[in-house]
Design a protein around this ligand. Structure first.
Ligand SMILES: Nc1ncnc2c1ncn2[C@@H]1O[C@H](COP(=O)(O)OP(=O)(O)OP(=O)(O)O)[C@@H](O)[C@H]1O
Ligand SMILES: [Mg+2]
Length: 259
């Protein structure tokens, strides 16, 4: 039934994905489909490979010395690890938001304009202004910063900085947004704002979020994947994973027996 639903087709698909850091194997034969128009949450105990899986999708692991990736990983059916893939283009299509907000030490405006400038997305200043304003608006930040666009991005509050980083990611019109514990450095109010934003963004982007908060996974995601010791143990509708897990390991984790 799912296969007939085009809205639910896999945007990102992994088959037999393995990752090694030198001798150490971090992922074992991961088969995972990530659908468009949905938020997919990756959960599991520390060290189980959530960030490793996430970083494969935009090839951030390329930057890690001794990291090796085997198996297949595709974006819209195209091999992400094909030797002719332009990694800069890939990372424009697959944006990333990190655990700690990391705005550049530049103005709010220049933070958002950075990607569009690099990729030559605007023909003139007016177009660049438009991209910056739209991105800030989509990130739910425009109202708070429109009168101080030339002030430094690092002067914003933590929650505002994280939304600025989301605006920066959105500005290059990505298709997929990867978020690695995007709220773990934020207070509950800022967290609620970012969660609300994630829900709004899912219509237009495919979102994958790593979180240690099961409440957050339940609030923001439609599908949840549970990892344990480098293996994907179970993947399903978020509600099913949290109310009726099929695997004892998943059950143990969500009821807090380990993790
Ligand atoms: N750069 C690296 N070099 C060597 N080993 C690494 C590296 N990055 C991760 N690992 C190892 O790979 C395994 C998976 O790590 P990963 O960071 O993906 O886990 P995680 O699920 O994101 O954990 P956490 O919840 O603590 O962020 C761990 O055993 C970790 O020690
Ligand atoms: Mg991690």
């Amino acid at each position: 039934m799912n296969t007939a639903n085009t809205n639910g087709t896999a945007k990102v698909r992994s088959r037999g994905l393995e990752v090694f850091y030198g001798e150490k194997q971090a992922l074992f034969g991961v088969d995972l489909d990530i659908r468009s128009g949905e938020v997919t949450a990756l959960i599991g105990p520390s060290g189980c490979g959530k960030s490793t899986f996430l970083r494969c999708i935009n090839r951030m692991n390329d930057l890690v010395d001794g990291a090796k990736v085997n198996g297949s990983l595709t974006l819209d059916g195209d091999d992400i690890y094909h030797r002719e893939v332009d990694v800069v283009q890939l990372r424009a299509k697959v944006g990333m938001v990190f655990q700690k907000p990391n705005p550049f030490p530049k103005s709010i405006y220049d933070n958002v304009a950075y990607g569009p400038r690099i990729h030559g997305m605007a023909a003139d200043q007016a177009e660049l202004d438009e991209i910056v304003m739209t991105s800030l608006e989509k990130a739910g930040l425009l109202g708070e910063v429109k009168d101080r666009l030339q002030e430094s991005g690092t002067g914003l509050s933590g929650g505002q900085q994280q939304r600025l980083c989301i605006a920066r990611a959105i500005a290059v019109e990505p298709e997929v947004i990867l978020m690695d514990e995007p709220c773990s450095a934020l207070d509950p109010i800022a967290t609620a704002k970012v969660e609300e934003l994630i829900d709004e963004l899912r219509d237009n982007y495919t979102i994958v979020i790593v979180t240690h908060s099961m409440q957050q996974a339940a609030r923001v995601s439609q599908r949840t994947a549970f990892f344990h010791l480098g293996k994907l143990i179970e993947m399903g509708d978020t509600e099913q994973i949290f109310t009726n897990p099929q695997q004892p390991l998943t059950q143990g984790y969500i009821t807090g027996r380990f993790g």
